[in-house]
Write a protein that binds this ligand. Structure first.
Ligand code: RB5
Length: 144
């Protein structure tokens, strides 16, 4: 299950990515917003990261104007490794090397087709483990 959420800057992109994910057979938990005025991105980031922390979702997607605010907020939550990506290379490496569990993107930065490409690349890549596992463990130790 993938959790997805957005603020007011990214409602249309969220809908497009949600449909894209469902079209590929993914189950999606949409935490909003659904177009109801303005939203504070930290509140949405908290909802998506909670879904991961409580085990109901394995991965999350957070969308705002730039993706930056969402990634800053998400990374405050223990166990969350969020990456703000604007191209597929960083998205792939965020999975391979960083075991990233939340992808953040900016609706004011990316067109929907590029966002779909980044999302597909991210979801299609597994954590490599090995020497990278020790580094991710170091991040966990910083959190403690
Ligand atoms: C909202 O205007 C904007 O600040 C937000 O979507 C995001 O870009 C923050 O990082």
């Amino acid at each position: 299950m993938i959790a997805i959420g957005c603020d007011h800057a990214a409602v249309a992109l969220k809908e497009e990515l949600k449909a894209h994910l469902k079209g590929q057979g993914f189950e999606v938990e949409d935490v909003g917003i659904h177009g109801e005025g303005k939203a504070d991105y930290p509140a949405v980031a908290l909802k998506v990261t909670r879904a991961i922390s409580n085990g109901s979702c394995e991965l999350g997607v957070l969308l705002c104007g730039t993706g930056v605010g969402m990634s800053i907020a998400a990374n405050k939550v223990r166990g969350i490794r969020a990456a703000c990506c604007s191209e597929p290379y960083s998205a792939i490496l965020s999975r391979l090397h960083n075991d990233c569990n939340v992808l953040c993107m900016g609706a004011r930065v990316l067109g929907p087709e590029l966002a779909k490409m980044i999302l597909d690349a991210w979801l299609g890549t597994e954590f490599e483990g090995g020497r990278h596992a020790a580094r991710v463990d170091m991040i966990r130790r910083i959190e403690r």
